[in-house]
Design a protein around this ligand. Structure first.
Ligand code: SAH
Length: 356
């Protein structure tokens, strides 16, 4: 492989994903960190995550919130509870709130529109929605109400694997189509994948990386697949696995490689060190992600009474911390690696460069 091979070269990517050569890995970490510094700087932007409902109508084979899981108690926060968490985001100096939920019909077009308008007229915050696959008219209404960004992971670029892990009602658009609609509506668009979900092959992961670039994403979140026993895959992972020499593992090491390659492929995107990464390394997973290409953290602002119930996977990091504790912890981690908390909304440079 020539040293100057283009970063979109599949065998170059494959080697970075699989090689055990310390020189190749050191070079990858250094390039990713230098690219991050040059493109998005040393600021780490904080996004307050509010998990507003754990109801879901879908049957995703990986996610603990799927509709048939009777083992969890369901909740949906009311508007005043959500606004109390939003007020905390302002108090803590965050630039953004992220409202996330299962695909919950209680979160109607009008309710979310009114809520977004309330946040936008009473606070300086950017609003990110992550409410799953919704009708285009809902996405349009929420954008008109002032929503700035939308997060919707495409989960895997392999259409067959996606169908298996993510059964869809007939006629529902696929996530790649929805991502294009979100872009056309003027949202800052975020997506991502799980790493090491049973059935994911190396070629799929390389396609995922190249898809991030093709979609020209503004935000890209990646994290390890974590087995949840109350899901179809978690109940019998072996039955879903690709042949051993092709199956991507859900290891911490691989998450860093994917973060680093994502930074090189999408230099001006915002890339979080995710909670799933922090879950597999509670000691310093976030810090290592931030040192290998990431520039965003998402402290949790979900009220403590609901937090443990938003169980997309078990053992989630920070499950019993209050918003105040989470804020202090994140700031400490940022200071200890010599970086600083970003001011303002932390929009993705990628979007402004596109001329949006
Ligand atoms: N209903 C929304 C939000 C889902 S939770 C949606 O579908 O977009 C946000 C993300 O958590 C998902 O996109 C998925 O990538 C991730 N996730 C779900 N279950 C997971 C698991 N078992 N392990 C790791 N990540 C998981």
């Amino acid at each position: 492989m020539p040293v100057d091979a283009p970063i979109t070269d599949r065998s170059w990517l494959h080697q970075r994903l699989t090689s055990d050569d310390p020189a190749i890995l050191d070079d990858l970490w250094q390039r990713a960190d230098a690219c991050r510094r040059a493109e998005v700087g040393d600021a780490i932007h904080l996004r307050g995550l509010i998990e507003i409902s754990n109801h879901c109508t879908r049957h995703c084979a990986y996610c603990g919130l799927h509709v048939a899981n009777r083992a969890i108690q369901r909740y949906c926060m009311d508007d005043d509870e959500i606004m109390a968490s939003v007020a905390q985001a302002v108090d803590f100096g965050y630039g953004t709130v992220v409202l996330q939920a299962g695909e919950d019909p209680r979160l109607t077009k009008d309710r979310i529109s009114a809520l977004v308008e309330r946040i936008k007229t009473t606070t300086p915050l950017a609003v990110t929605l992550s409410l799953g696959e919704r009708h285009e008219e809902e996405l349009r209404a929420w954008r008109s109400a002032g929503a700035d960004r939308y997060l919707l992971r495409f989960e895997t670029s392999n259409p067959d694997l996606f169908e298996r892990i993510h059964p869809r009602p007939p006629g529902a658009p696929d996530r790649l189509t929805l991502l294009r609609s979100l872009r056309a509506l003027g949202y800052e668009v975020g997506s991502g994948v799980m790493i090491g979900i049973p059935g994911q092959r190396w070629d799929d992961l390389i396609d995922d990386l190249l898809t991030f670039r093709d979609l020209d994403l503004d935000m890209i979140g990646v994290g390890p697949w974590l087995s949840h026993p109350e899901t179809a895959i978690g109940a019998d992972p072996a039955a879903w696995m690709a042949p051993a020499d092709q199956q991507v593992p859900n290891t911490e090491d691989l998450v860093y490689r994917v973060i680093a390659l994502t930074r090189l492929l999408c230099p001006a995107a915002n890339i979080p060190a995710t909670s799933a990464l922090a879950t597999i390394n509670t000691v310093n997973g976030r810090e290592q992600g931030l040192q290998r290409g990431a520039n965003i953290l998402m402290p949790n602002l979900t009220p403590i009474t609901y937090r443990a119930l938003y169980q997309i996977y078990p053992g989630k990091a920070c499950i019993d911390e209050t918003g105040t504790q989470c804020n202090a912890c994140m700031r400490g981690r940022i200071g200890r690696i010599g970086r600083h908390v970003g001011s303002g909304r932390g929009d993705a440079p990628n979007r402004s460069r596109r001329g949006a």
